[in-house]
Design a protein around this ligand. Structure first.
Ligand SMILES: *[C@@H]1O[C@H](CO)[C@@H](O)[C@H](O)[C@H]1NC(C)=O
Ligand SMILES: *[C@@H]1O[C@H](CO)[C@@H](O)[C@H](O)[C@H]1NC(C)=O
Ligand SMILES: *[C@@H]1O[C@H](CO)[C@@H](O)[C@H](O)[C@H]1NC(C)=O
Ligand SMILES: *[C@@H]1O[C@H](CO)[C@@H](O)[C@H](O)[C@H]1NC(C)=O
Ligand SMILES: *[C@@H]1O[C@H](CO)[C@@H](O)[C@H](O)[C@H]1NC(C)=O
Ligand SMILES: *[C@@H]1O[C@H](CO)[C@@H](O)[C@H](O)[C@H]1NC(C)=O
Length: 551
């Protein structure tokens, strides 16, 4: 081999090295605008992204850098959150009203974040006003890098299935109900990927399977009020992943997916070649509302049978299903908690926070509360107030107590709720639901271990019933009526993190809070600086930039 060739070879190797040393970027440009669509068969205003509803699939791989330039062509301020993506050191990208000033109409803002080893199924949605009630959501998948095997063969294809209840009124009318102190009432239907299936054999197939092949269906409940049960005629589902954790691969006839949760399953096309219905129906409602999507076997032309598989009844069934969910401790895929906190059962609890949800009236208007306080978002986002050193002008820390009194829900006051969390504390959060409806809670910034859900009220003795071995690390947990749930996590991610009811009207009317986790070091090792070009608002709008965090 001559010298020039060798040089060329060296040069190419260097280039390859350079490319490998920086993690790949995925760029998206989103035009967010209204369109008239008919999710329930009747035309209404829907929020679309580049004309699509649901929005584009962010299909990425761990360590990818995601850049989303959002153009707000709505007539109202807008923010997006990346539900379940742990923004490590980077709550600036969280996209909630406690962390960010909204993107004003007619302007654009670029979200920049890196997805880490959270191999799994997520979704994004607008957090402002009641925009989620008009759509604007879409799927987000994090794949494993080639080097890291997943504990099952690569499927023939993957399908996103965003299910949820839906209102036929627009988001502005729904918001007016809540602003006037009224409840939203019952949703009008259920949709699957933005469509309501008639289930009479006339719907276009939504999914196609080749006989004998295996497919991955990634379900998320993106709805506003109801838990949803999903099932497929004539087929079982092998559960493989929940919100970024590989599970023990149990087989289910149907799965309860509570608000905000994501589950992925493998389905093998091993039945008689014809069409089959995928069924999504509401749970725990007086009237069960159902929608279907058609799964077509390639090469067949027999319509699906009209009889739909039955949904389970009652919440005891659902609690048993929760108890069957286990983390696969031997799966070799990267752990969602890189600090090794999967030995979570051996870590001493440093703080226990009990959260009691309640509903009531303040000045004659409906509000929802956490430990007697109904959260309100000040004009200056909490995180920005902290960063600019003016937190004391915007909110008070710890307006709720870790151990609320038994009757804490009886009287409701309105204030921003910010819990002062201590960096690296290992915390236990108890959700105690004294109400008659199922609750669903999402924590941003972290995955947590849901160690128990049980009927009744919580006492410290209940800890002996915890699953301290193989609870599935995840980001959203349901709490059945008159039950409690316990979760555990390490507050190792500095930032301002939202703990919210996923029930849209509860969240909007105050059933949420923030946990502020500050690194005492003000070091870039623990938290990034405020990114450039971040919109500013409220009292920090024209303030001089604070001294940045340093290395
Ligand atoms: C965004 O979408 C709206 C509505 O469809 C359209 O009027 C506008 O031209 C689009 N803008 C861009 C930059 O594509
Ligand atoms: C999604 O990403 C995976 C992993 O990179 C890739 O194999 C697959 O083809 C992608 N799917 C689509 C539809 O882009
Ligand atoms: C708005 O979009 C333009 C054009 O793509 C881009 O150069 C600019 O950085 C964006 N602005 C923000 C704040 O993201
Ligand atoms: C867990 O993952 C391992 C390793 O990939 C796999 O072989 C095993 O079948 C899985 N176990 C269960 C119970 O799903
Ligand atoms: C946890 O607490 C127990 C009892 O207070 C103590 O003996 C033990 O050393 C602690 N373990 C760790 C890992 O800190
Ligand atoms: C928050 O808690 C830390 C201890 O973890 C304490 O040093 C700090 O003063 C507290 N801040 C406020 C505002 O209460």
């Amino acid at each position: 081999m001559g010298r020039p060739n060798f040089l060329l070879f060296a040069l190419i190797s260097t280039l390859v090295l350079v490319v490998h040393s920086e993690d790949p970027y995925l760029f998206y440009t989103w035009n967010v605008s209204y369109a008239t669509l008919s999710p329930l068969g009747v035309p209404q205003q829907v929020i679309t992204i580049n004309g699509q509803f649901p929005g584009p699939w962010i299909n990425c791989t761990s360590n990818n850098n995601i850049v989303v330039n959002v153009f707000n062509n709505l007539d109202e301020p807008l923010l997006f959150t990346w539900n379940g993506i742990q923004q490590r050191k980077n709550s600036w990208q969280e996209g909630t009203l406690g962390t960010n000033c909204p993107i004003q109409p007619g302007t654009n803002f670029t979200y920049r974040f890196q997805v880490k080893d959270q191999i799994g199924s997520y979704y994004y949605y607008p957090t402002t006003a009641l925009h989620r009630a008009a759509g604007g959501y879409g799927p987000l998948t994090v794949h494993s890098r080639d080097l890291i095997p997943v504990p099952f063969p690569w499927p023939e294809a993957e399908y996103n299935v965003l299910v949820g209840d839906w209102y036929s009124k627009g988001h502005a009318s729904l918001k007016k109900f809540l602003d006037n102190g009224r409840s939203l009432g019952r949703p009008n239907g259920v949709i699957i990927n933005g469509k309501h299936g008639k289930g009479d054999g006339t719907d276009e197939p939504m999914f196609t399977m080749k006989p004998k092949e295996t497919y991955r269906y990634r379900f998320c409940n993106v709805g506003m009020k109801n838990s949803i049960n999903v099932r497929i005629q004539g087929h079982t589902m092998k559960l493989v992943e929940i919100e970024g954790s590989h599970t023990v691969q149990n087989t289910y006839d149907s799965l309860d997916i509570h608000l905000g949760q994501c589950y992925s399953v493998l389905v093998t096309a091993d039945q008689t070649p014809k069409d089959y219905y995928l069924v999504a129906s509401t749970r725990f409602t007086k009237t069960v509302v159902t929608s279907t999507a058609t799964i077509h076997y390639a090469g067949s032309n027999t319509p699906a049978a009209a009889a739909l598989p039955e949904a389970p009844v009652g919440w005891a069934w659902s609690l048993n299903q929760f108890r069957s969910l286990r983390w696969n401790l031997t799966a070799s895929a990267a752990r969602p908690n890189p600090q090794g906190s999967y030995h979570y059962g051996k870590i001493n609890i440093t703080r226990t926070i009990k959260i009691v949800n309640s509903a009531g009236a303040v000045d004659g208007k409906l509000r929802y509360a956490v430990n007697g306080v109904s959260h309100t978002d000040p004009e200056t986002p909490l995180k920005l107030a902290e960063y600019f050193g003016v937190a004391d002008k915007v909110f008070k820390y710890d307006v709720i107590k870790d151990e609320p009194a038994e009757n804490v829900g009886d009287k409701i006051t309105i204030a921003p709720i910010v819990i002062n969390g201590t960096f690296r504390n290992f915390v236990e959060i108890i959700f105690e639901n004294h109400e008659k409806s199922v609750q669903s809670w999402h924590l941003s910034g972290y995955s947590f271990f849901p160690v128990a859900i049980e009927p009744g009220t919580w006492t410290p003795e209940k800890r002996k019933n915890y699953n301290l071995i193989d609870a599935v690390s995840r980001n959203t947990i349901q709490v059945y009526p008159k039950c409690w749930a316990a979760i555990m996590t390490t507050l190792d991610n500095a930032g301002m993190w939202n703990l919210r009811s996923v029930i849209l009207e509860r969240q909007y009317l105050g059933q949420q809070l923030y946990i502020s986790v500050l690194s005492p070091a003000r070091s870039l090792r623990d938290e990034y600086n405020l990114p450039e070009k971040m919109p500013l608002c409220g009292i920090v709008k024209n303030m001089p930039m604070p001294v940045p965090y340093s290395a």
